[in-house]
Write a protein that binds this ligand. Structure first.
Ligand code: HPA
Length: 268
């Protein structure tokens, strides 16, 4: 972690920027990074960072200012289904914390399970279900970051949820709220699995986010999660799923998403 943190600190030192908000940009949502005035650091050059292999995930850190806030954005994240360990996946979050970040905005594309949702909706994550069968904190605890058994009763900050709702109201976005269930992928769920997840209380399902949120809470960061409902989950509509459609729908609401995140930042 120190290697990565030192490398990034050195890169950003001349700019004088002190990032206090981290943003992880999900599939098709990377465009907001183009509005950040600052420095771009490819993961490939950062010691200790793994690179992402997925279409729609560019794989670089952008450090700079957006709405006069110091931001460090991940354009492209790592996924468990790529074969990375959860420790590797959460590494950038831990480095963000060591760089002084306090708030983390985590975003993703997700399948809508709640029948009141439709593709193109944005959902504030109120809570999550970790259905990956794994946890990024397994193994020796990193005492420097947090305790062995971190509390998850408020994984998503109530204050940040309120800020996001206020921002959405101001922009007249009909934002949804709900529970995000994380699965490993890469195959999409079966209709039976989606029915099970609905019964268990999930409103949306996706293949990311939860590991990063667990590590962020362990390290004491306040978290806001936003899902872009890119499709209805398998079996909700009578239609097969494909990644291209996920990207297409997400791209379609990228402007709304960008406006929302900027409005949230202004309110922080
Ligand atoms: N399931 C899991 N992950 C996803 C989905 C989905 O339907 N859509 C986007 N990411």
């Amino acid at each position: 972690m120190k290697n990565s943190t030192d490398y990034i600190s050195q890169k950003i030192a001349p700019s004088g920027i002190k990032p206090d908000t981290g943003i992880i940009l999900g599939s098709g949502l990377g465009g907001i990074a183009d509005e950040i005035e600052g420095i771009s650091i490819p993961y490939a050059g950062i010691p200790g960072f793994k690179t992402s292999t997925i279409q729609g995930h560019a794989g670089k850190l952008i450090v700079g200012k957006l709405c006069s806030k110091g931001i460090i954005a991940m354009q492209g994240r790592l996924h468990y289904y790529e074969g990375h360990s959860l420790r590797e996946i959460v590494h950038p979050v831990r480095v963000m914390r060591l760089l002084g970040v306090k708030n983390l905005i985590v975003t993703n594309a997700a399948g809508g399970i709640n029948r009141d949702f439709k593709p193109g909706d944005l959902m504030i994550i109120e809570d999550h279900i970790n259905f990956t069968g794994n946890n990024p904190l397994i193994g020796q605890n990193i005492e420097e970051l947090g305790v062995r058994f971190p509390d998850m009763s408020r994984a998503y900050s109530e204050e940040l949820i309120n800020a996001a709702e206020i921002a959405a109201n101001k922009l007249k976005i009909n934002i949804k709220k709900g529970v995000y269930a994380a699965v490993t992928g890469p195959s999409y769920e079966t209709p039976a699995e989606v029915r099970m997840l609905r019964t268990l209380g999930a409103d949306a399902v996706g293949m990311s986010t939860v590991p990063e949120v667990i590590a962020a809470r362990h390290a004491g960061l306040d978290v806001l999660g936003i899902s872009c409902i890119s499709n209805m989950a398998c079996g909700v509509l009578d239609k097969p799923l494909c990644h291209e459609e996920v990207i297409e729908i997400t791209k379609g609401i990228e402007n709304v998403f960008t406006a929302l995140v900027k409005e949230i930042l202004r309110g922080l």
